[in-house]
Design a protein. Structure first.
Lengths: 91, 563
């Protein structure tokens, strides 16, 4: 179990590193004047919001889609009318 | 003139036929020598059109070397070398021969200067590649291969129809840029679109690629779709519809990739998404945009092959590639893990790797063309790439929770192929100028501006932060053993059931028809009774009666004649 707890703390450290780098990049944006093509893009934090927001949107859309399209693995292989091998659990 | 024989494509195709005759060690050297010799021949070929052949009064140009065809043929040959090294350990000659013929077909189609030559090689790639799926030799692979071949051949049939219409109305067979208004052009575009996995024509890709052999999937990922990108870049640059088709392609496969459990299928969805970026570039059609599409195809072939190689190595060693069964493999497969991460970072377009210097050309072209809606949508797609190819594939295979599996590291030849591919990803990313020099249009472009580096890092790292946030909260979709319905549902579930229901209804209708048929038959029997041998008309009549009838007929004739 010691191995397990050590791995989790490594995960913690990695997560905080990612958050720290993100923060650092925003600090850089404060001081560095970046070239922009259109008004919306010029706003502070546009790419940060795009990255984080788009990521969450895609994942939550996918979770919603999964409710509609998920089937058991033998869906196409079993004869018509036969019960599925097992029902996928919610998750 | 028989200069059409000096074709890099024919060299690969003819050369492949000798592979089964060789013993294992010379066979390995020979299989690597074939694409090397083919590359030498490609470089030696003069610029412009050559290899003219006249068949049935058709003037064919079998070899056309210009900047566009050269760069695609070049990357096809580099990828062929990587794939050969990756499959050195395979003893199954069917796969070796099929892969080399398939590569030859792809290169031949790229070098084709006219539509008929293009069609012939187009069909050759379809048929030869199906054997890479069948080579898995399971019932399932056999059915998948049939579905795959059916759709590939449909693309060929549409292309043939388009070429026929085009030739009969214009009398011109050369394969150059066309507009949709030209006769037959729409048919040709749909034929290209099937192979390029346009939305709703796409599902053959995710259906078939994950079902091929370990090495077969790597080879499949190289040619068919990028050949289609080449034909679009050649035939339809600047076609406005392609911009929006491409945007749809970048977005909707990524959503499926998030919830797919088979990691080679995740990569197939991601391949579809990457094709979208190239199609957008071709649709925008400016010099920078087309350059971007071509450069991205070049980089993409290598990093996508690398990712399929890494997942192939996992499948080869573990026997499954389902994310729900994997995890923690980095302990015993550290090299494969490292190479996979290089591929993942390349496809995510991290600075200093190949995807960054090529994809950014397409995004910059969208901005310079004033298409900021397209630009924003491509940013969304780019953030999503970080999820499925950048994080999901390496994370769930090699890290995540420990599956307890301790497979051996991949064989040396697989590691060598992955190492070379990873080195190429780095080389292109660090020093893109040689690739830029190969591109069809002369445009100076630099990906390494301060603004660009900053915005790209922000986009990518905030997407990574999104994953960290969701995963630690337990909101990230768990990997479960399940499949997801896609458009293949229409022909794998709906059509067979409609057919089954139709035949059922027809059978029932026949049963209901039985009493009706008996009544009709009874009625007919009564009506036809006079005609029988012993019936009223069939019996022997007296001479007097006959004379009466004759007289009556003659009288009737007289009345009619007098009128």
């Amino acid at each position: 179990m010691t191995d397990n707890s050590r791995r989790w703390s490594a995960g913690d450290r990695l997560s905080y590193l990612v958050y720290a780098v993100c923060g650092l990049l925003q600090v850089v944006e404060l001081v560095y004047h970046r070239h922009a093509y259109f008004a919306l893009e010029r706003t502070f934090g546009f790419y940060a919001v795009m990255g984080f927001g788009a990521y969450l949107t895609v994942v939550f859309t996918a979770k919603g889609l999964r409710r509609l399209v998920r089937r058991s693995e033998d869906y196409y292989d079993r004869p018509a009318g036969a019960p599925p091998e097992w029902e996928p659990a919610d998750g | 003139m028989a200069d059409w024989l000096a074709s890099p494509a024919l060299l690969l195709i003819a050369g492949s036929l000798l592979v089964p005759l060789l013993r294992p060690v010379p066979r390995r050297i020979y299989m690597l020598a074939l694409p090397v010799a083919s590359l030498a021949l490609l470089v030696w070929l003069p610029d412009g059109e050559s290899g003219r052949v006249e068949i049935f009064d058709l003037d064919l140009v079998t070899l056309r070397v210009d900047k566009l065809s050269f760069v695609f043929a070049l990357v096809f040959l580099i990828a062929a070398m990587l794939a050969v090294i990756y499959s050195w350990h395979v003893r199954d000659n069917l796969q070796h021969v099929a892969a080399l013929i398939y590569a030859g077909g792809g290169i031949g189609a790229t070098l084709a200067g006219d539509l008929v030559t293009l069609l012939l090689y187009w069909e050759l790639t379809a048929i030869s590649s199906a054997f890479l799926i069948w080579a898995r030799r399971t019932e399932r692979a056999f059915r998948v291969g049939l579905r795959y071949l059916l759709i590939q051949v449909s693309s060929g049939v549409l292309l043939l129809a388009g070429i026929a219409v085009h030739y009969l109305t214009t009398g011109n067979l050369s394969f150059d840029a066309m507009t949709l208004a030209e006769p037959g052009a729409a048919l040709i575009l749909v034929a290209f679109g099937i192979k390029c996995a346009f939305p709703l024509l796409h599902n053959w890709l995710q259906d078939s690629y994950p079902e091929a052999t370990v090495t077969g999937t790597v080879v499949l990922s190289i040619y068919t779709t990028k050949l289609a990108v080449y034909t679009l870049a050649r035939g339809f640059p600047g076609t406005e519809q392609l911009v929006w088709i491409g945007v749809a392609m970048t977005l909707f496969p990524v959503i499926y990739a998030v919830i797919e459990n088979d990691l080679r299928r995740v990569l197939s969805y991601s391949l579809n998404n990457q094709l979208g970026f190239m199609v957008v570039g071709i649709g925008i059609g400016t010099e920078l945009a087309v350059n971007g599409a071509v450069a991205h195809a070049f980089a993409h072939i290598i990093y996508k092959a690398l990712l399929f190689m890494a997942m192939g190595a996992v499948l080869f060693r573990v026997g499954t590639i389902k994310a729900s069964e994997l995890g923690g493999l980095y302990r015993t497969m550290p090299w494969t893990t490292g190479f996979c991460i290089v591929g993942s970072a390349s496809i995510s377009a991290f600075p200093l790797l190949s995807g960054f210097v090529t994809k950014s050309m397409i995004l910059s072209a969208a901005l310079e063309d004033g298409r900021w809606v397209v630009y924003v949508l491509l940013l969304v797609a780019s953030a999503a790439v970080v999820d499925h190819s950048g994080i999901k594939v390496p994370f769930f295979a090699f890290f995540s929770h420990d599956s307890g599996k301790r497979p051996k590291e991949a064989p040396a030849n697989m590691l060598a192929a992955m190492g070379l591919a990873a080195a190429l990803c780095l080389a292109i990313g660090l020093y893109p100028q040689p690739l830029y020099d190969l591109l069809p249009n002369a445009v100076t472009y630099s990906a390494f501006t301060g603004s660009h580096l900053l915005t790209q890092l922000q986009l990518l790292l905030f997407a990574v932060a999104g994953f960290v946030f969701l995963y630690r909260r337990g909101w990230y979709p768990v990997e479960i053993r399940a499949i997801n319905l896609d458009s293949d549902w229409s022909y794998r579930w709906l059509l067979p059931r409609m057919w089954g229901r139709g035949t059922q209804l027809a059978t029932r209708a026949r049963l209901h028809a039985v009493p009706l048929r008996e009544q009709v038959q009874g009625g007919l029997a009564v009506a036809l009774r006079p005609l029988r041998q012993r019936g009223w008309l069939g019996a022997a009549w007296s001479t007097g009666a006959m004379v009466w009838w004759v007289a009556l007929l003659l009288g009737l004739y007289l009345v009619l004649a007098l009128r």
